[in-house]
Write a protein that binds this ligand. Structure first.
Ligand code: ADP
Ligand code: MG
Length: 373
């Protein structure tokens, strides 16, 4: 099985290329492949996220880049040279992991200074660089504290400062915010993104949180089962998913199943298994006579007053109020449920369970993708 070919990305020319994975495969036990034929180019200054469910091979891929694991097959190229035989400490990469513990007996300053000490940097230079990076991550008043005297968010800032202090070529982060609560995560996501932009760092960031990947990244590589399913900007990933896996893993999507009747000018006509026919943008997966999955996002479904092209009849099964929005679950025949969003301030009586409703969307707002039950 071959993954998405990230090296054929036209935006990546040779001069600003920093990292290339070339046909990289990894098996820990010689039987099961956990990374399969991975090709990926990363440009200097780019923020790339690896997004995917648990066990999809994100950490393994990052560990091979960091040098803590080696590929079973294929090459990893850094600045034009293969790095197979380069130990981790010679790769000049800063790393931040969720459980990459700080040294508990050292102060914040001493923790941050550690990589510089290892590199035998002079005392004055260490003082200067540590002070600078502490200002950057807003820890300037915390230098004399021990990690145990810091909050979780502050500890992750120390870990980030320690990864940045030696001005690495590349910064690798594996679920660095995984242990923090939602509000703090969101603050730190933006903060990390701004710091990395300001320093023009190349970052590879692992997360299973799609919101995190979408908000932070220049490009997102969506992993599943050791294969990159799609490598693209956050907007493309969300609006033009390459397949049904990506469509349903990233953001929320309604799935409908049917058989393609015809494809003309990029629009497929589909007879739905739940009854009725609809039109959808035809992906490469939509072939006449074959089963497909049609995906449409909840925010693209509107409640119709007049009968438009895509309108179908349904019955409200449930309405859930979220404050800023109302989510309406609509059954459109044969137990097929759609979820749509509408603003919470509208009169919600018309969305009571049992109410009849007409829903619709524009053909260009839904995609006919590969069949995935
Ligand atoms: P992710 O980071 O996406 O959750 P991983 O790269 O950690 O995925 O894991 C991918 C697969 O490799 C999983 O099936 C996992 O159990 C297996 N795996 C990871 N690390 C090891 C290891 N050190 N030895 C054996 N199997 C491993
Ligand atoms: Mg992992």
């Amino acid at each position: 099985m071959r993954g998405y070919d990230g090296t054929s990305d036209a935006a990546c020319n040779g001069t600003d290329l920093q990292v290339s994975f070339k046909d990289v495969c990894k098996s820990y036990d010689g039987d099961n492949w956990v990374v399969k034929g991975l090709n990926l180019d990363i440009k200097k200054g780019e923020f790339v996220s690896f997004l995917g469910p648990s066990g999809s091979g994100k950490t393994t891929t990052l560990m091979m880049l960091a040098g803590f694991e080696s590929p079973s097959e294929g090459d990893i190229i850094l600045d034009g040279s293969p790095i197979q035989n380069l130990p981790p400490e010679k790769r000049d990469m800063g790393v931040v992991f969720q459980n990459y513990a700080l040294f508990p007996h050292l102060t914040v300053e001493e923790n941050i200074a550690y990589p510089l000490k290892m590199r035998k940097v002079s005392k004055e230079k260490i003082q200067q660089q540590v002070a600078e990076v502490m200002r950057l991550v807003q820890l300037d008043k915390m230098g004399k504290r021990k990690p145990s005297e810091l909050s979780g968010g502050q500890q992750q800032r120390v870990a980030l400062a320690r990864a940045l202090v030696f001005e690495p070529k590349l910064v690798l982060m594996d679920e660095p915010l995984g242990a923090l609560d939602k509000r703090l995560r969101e603050d730190l996501q933006l903060e990390i993104k701004h710091i990395c932009n300001r320093l023009n760092l190349t970052v590879v960031y692992v997360t299973h949180d799609q919101g995190e990947a979408l908000t932070m990244s220049d490009r997102v590589a969506v992993f599943n089962d050791g294969v990159i399913q799609q490598l693209a900007t956050p907007e493309e990933i969300y609006q033009r998913p390459a397949n049904t896996f990506v469509a349903t893993f990233v953001g929320e999507n309604n799935k409908l199943h049917g058989v393609v009747q015809d494809v003309t000018n990029g629009i497929a006509e589909i007879r739905l298994n739940s009854g009725g026919a609809i039109k959808a943008r035809a992906s490469l997966h939509a072939r006449k006579g074959e089963q497909c999955t049609v995906v449409v996002r909840p925010e693209k479904i509107s409640i119709c007053t007049d009968v438009s092209e895509c309108a179908m009849e349904g019955v409200v099964r449930e309405s859930v109020f979220y404050g800023d929005e109302l989510r309406v679950h609509v059954e459109i025949g044969n137990g097929c449920l759609l979820v749509l969003r509408t603003s919470g301030d509208e009169r919600s009586e018309s969305y009571q369970p049992g109410a009849s409703i007409k829903v619709g969307w524009r053909p260009e707002d839904c995609e006919a993708l590969d069949y995935l039950p």
